[in-house]
Design a protein around this ligand. Structure first.
Ligand code: 1GP
Length: 255
């Protein structure tokens, strides 16, 4: 596994997938679904066509849980296991990569860059591939908006989202994640996704509040490269909502 550089193995894999159209990543919270339970969800999710497994949650995850859960997921599926971190405690060498995210619209410098500086040396020595990501929280923001001490981007203010995304791109980040917050009543507005898509070339990740194919369709139409879902699987398993999201993603890929 490449320890990083311009594009490690996971990033190259994602770039290859992106050429074929949008992707879907399944977020699993190892505290709610540890070990074999996560592996079972991952197996079913990959059968339905998800392209990566994100491991993380909005409350601190201990290494004792994230390590064995990453290992179980990796043994179960061939898609990358990527950590979606809330801090250095959620890092493990058992995963393939970590979304190395700067929470760009936080008032807390720890979440913008200081925690990253503290974690960078151990990420390198673990051999975890960092995926350079600008993380932008859009209203309502939910829990990450609160714990992240965020000045959330207003839903009717795509220009501010474009500013953050363009700044991230200019700083060399290759991914931007527009986040409405886990469990948000509505996803990021499609008009905002479209504005960011038109202004940047980054790989554009959109998450928060996507519960069905109906939610997914306008985001895909607006140019999202990656849809992330977590709550829908936690609440309904790999049921109707989840399946219709995957159908939408694969319908666009088949074009
Ligand atoms: C959370 O964007 C992800 O960080 C997923 O959100 O749980 O609402 O699917 P949901």
């Amino acid at each position: 596994m490449s320890p990083g550089g311009p594009a490690g193995r996971v990033e190259a894999y994602l770039a290859g997938l992106r050429e074929g159209g949008p992707m879907h990543w399944t977020l699993i919270d190892p505290d709610k679904s540890p070990g074999e339970r996560a592996a079972g969800i991952a197996r079913g999710a990959v059968e339905l066509g998800t392209h990566a497994i994100l491991l993380g949650g909005s409350t601190g995850i201990s290494r004792a849980v994230i390590g064995p859960t990453s290992a179980a997921v990796k043994a179960a599926v061939r898609v990358p296991a990527i950590i979606f971190p809330e801090g250095a405690g959620s890092l493990t060498p058992e995963a393939d990569a970590v979304l190395f995210m700067s929470l760009l619209n936080s008032r807390d410098l720890d979440l913008v860059i200081r925690a990253h500086a503290r974690a960078a040396t151990s990420i390198r020595s673990m051999g975890l591939e960092p995926i350079p990501t600008g993380y932008v929280v859009v209203a309502p923001g939910m829990r990450v908006g609160e714990v992240g001490r965020v000045d959330a981007v207003a839903r009717d203010d795509p220009a501010t989202a474009v500013g953050f995304a363009l700044a991230a791109e200019m700083l060399g980040m290759r991914f931007v994640y527009l986040e409405a917050g886990s469990g948000a009543p509505r996803p990021v507005p499609a008009a905002m996704v479209r504005a960011v898509r038109e202004a940047t070339r980054v790989t554009l990740i959109v998450g928060g509040g996507i519960r069905s194919g109906r939610d997914a369709r306008p985001l895909l139409g607006a140019g999202a490269d990656v849809l992330v879902t977590g709550t829908v699987t936690e609440e309904e398993g790999l049921g109707e909502g989840y399946r219709t999201i995957l159908e939408e993603v694969h319908r666009v890929r088949a074009r």
